[in-house]
Design a protein. Structure first.
Length: 297
């Protein structure tokens, strides 16, 4: 019989990841504090739980996809949280992007109760979550990874064991810093092109075939040209990931530069009330700085 899986946190990433785990044939119970996020999963055969407690008391493997360290530490470590209530021998896997200090706190507390724990932040965005093509960066005991590999395989083929707890989220923060800097460079370039009278679609096509191409350029047809700034990946979450990168760099006394510039843009978007929109919405701020008129619709 298939292992029973619980899934807590069914937002932009959690929901499509849970859909793929369910499709792979694992019986599943789900919980999110926003009940609407559970509806499609229940229609596809998942059990809606009334609380995280109900999930962890029944499932052999619990996956979580929550916003960041405060939510993860609350759900895992508060009295009556996952670590306290998980059955000894069961496995808790956190797919969220958090400070490396968070998995380092959770792992020993779980181990003391005979509960297995793995950090497993993911990359590839909502598109990758839907297509089950995510990269997964695990940190913790490699034997625990082997116990849940078949479940993780349902959300992505590229599963890495990076090292001890905290190592997975270190890679994740480095990745997101690079991705954010690439995106901002792309958006500044596009705004300059538009101000020079060039067509955004033409710019995209030429750069895609040239050395300025990157994954970030895919945001041009997906977000910039149709002016679709629905998340995707929220500004507030990218701000958190850049903060994580800067925290790691500071602890290691590495004088980094680009992450600070990238974070300034996220801060400007937060100040403009755009925190819940996709990070590509920063293009609209760059347009304003450049006095580029948005296209007439
Ligand atoms: P989201 O805000 O869309 O989803 C988070 C979900 O967690 C929400 O549905 C919320 O209701 C739920 N939640 C929060 N606190 C809860 C609690 N105490 N109990 C139960 N549910 C709770 O965020 P997301 O974009 O799905 O991101 C989730 C994680 O994945 C974040 O750490 C993010 O940085 C990371 N991530 C996101 C992307 C992306 O492209 N969106 C890509 C890779 C990694």
């Amino acid at each position: 019989m298939s292992v029973s899986v619980g899934f807590i946190g069914l937002g932009n990433m959690g929901n499509p990841m849970a859909v793929n785990v369910l499709k792979a044939g694992f019986p599943m119970s789900v919980f999110d504090r926003n009940p609407q996020t559970m509806e499609n999963l229940v229609r596809s055969g998942a059990q809606a739980a009334a609380s995280a407690k109900q999930v962890v008391e029944s499932a052999e493997v619990v996956l979580t996809s929550l916003p960041g360290s405060p939510e993860v530490e609350e759900v895992y470590l508060a009295p009556g949280g996952l670590v306290e209530l998980a059955k000894p021998g069961s496995v808790l896997v956190d797919l969220s992007s958090v400070l490396p200090s968070t998995p380092r706190k959770i792992e020993p507390r779980a181990r003391a109760r005979g509960v297995h724990y793995l950090e497993a932040p993911v990359s590839g965005g909502v598109t990758g979550a839907r297509a089950a093509t995510l990269a997964i960066m695990t940190g913790g005991d490699g034997a625990v990874l082997e116990r849940v590999r078949a479940i993780l395989r349902a959300i992505g083929p590229n599963i890495y064991h990076v090292g001890a707890a905290g190592a997975g989220n270190t890679v994740k923060a480095i990745n997101n810093m690079m991705s954010s800097v690439n995106s901002l460079a792309m958006m500044e370039g596009m705004a300059v092109g538009v101000k020079a009278g060039l067509d955004l679609t033409m710019l995209y096509e030429i750069i895609k075939a040239s050395s300025g191409n990157s994954n970030s350029l895919a945001k041009a047809p997906r977000n910039l040209i149709p002016r679709n700034f629905e998340p995707g990946f929220k500004v507030a979450l990218m701000n958190k990931d850049l903060e994580t990168f800067n925290t790691i760099a500071k602890e290691l006394h590495v004088p980094v530069s680009f992450a600070n510039v990238a974070q300034r843009y996220q801060q400007a978007a937060l100040a403009a009330g755009l925190g819940e929109q996709d990070t590509s919405v920063i293009y609209t701020l760059i347009e304003r700085f450049a006095a580029v008129a948005p296209p007439r619709t």
